[in-house]
Design a protein around this ligand. Sequence first.
Ligand code: ADP
Ligand code: MG
Length: 325
Amino acid sequence: MKEFELIRRYFTEQVVKRKDVHLGIGDDCALVTPSERQHIAVTTDTLVAGVHFPLDTSPRAIGHKSIAVNLSDLAAMGAEPSWVSLAITLPEIDENWIDEFCVGVFELCEFYNVQLIGGDTTQGPLSITVTAQGQIPFEKYISRSGAKAGDWLYVTGEIGGAALALQHILGNVKVAPKYQDEIQKRLDFPKARVLAGQALREYATSAIDLSDGLVADLKHICEASGVGANIVLDDLPISEALSDTLGLEHFYDLALKGGDDYELLFSVSEDNKVGMETALANTGNKVTCIGQLNGSDKITTTLNNEPVNIKIQNYEHFTKSTFDE
Ligand code: ADP
Ligand code: MG
């Protein structure tokens, strides 16, 4: 199968046909017509086999994840996703593989009414680069830099499950069979918090999506906003699989430093707490208050109201990871 045949067969036919796509796949460029008074939010993420996902990851999961991680970045800004392009480098043309990969890509695109408008197809070691574009009403975006001392810190969903799955795959921890499917799903099929992100436009002073780990990503908000933070460990919404598998110290370590959760971490002023909690409940998202921002230049943690020291290095148990950034 030639490149053109492959593109026509797998990527050109699509369920989603947006009115604001003037020209989709097939010409030298796609043409889109954004709504008036909207910012276009643009983001790109690359997934490289063996670096960002284990080599034996299912093609459907790879397709899903390559779209989800980009929609997650759009969500963190409060954008409504509109269009994606897909640059894919394949070692060979394996039709079953591409079929399954496309299931992963298009099920997410269809769910969020996102149209694939172009891309590039080349041969080489497996790697997928997606560029996603979304729209945000003028000046309604959420940045990393708007947090204020005194704001409350929140996270959507649960954290730590994906990092636990990765450590399980790497043979560093043994997870009970009853949790294995669930955490594998957390790692392979992350949910981008798209509706939560849009609902937060009205309430959040800052937001980021959790890709590198809670502390690492919180650090980005703190640096950009010029604030410090205290995390109340007792309040972290830690995946039960994680708290059941590891001892206290190790599970907090993984919850704070493990990545790949793709939950939203965001700050809200005291005045907006109740409104935000109601709005997020209406989108079907669980949110948990996990601490507060302050005027220091540090990230601290407390447990049972006592300060605890978090080591920023990984525990030696977890340094074997070959999939770290
Ligand atoms: P060009 O050589 O002008 O860059 P290509 O031959 O690479 O064009 O691609 C032809 C058309 O197919 C273009 O519209 C391009 O955006 C689209 N396309 C190529 N690869 C993909 C892909 N993996 N997914 C979606 N669209 C693709
Ligand atoms: Mg090309």
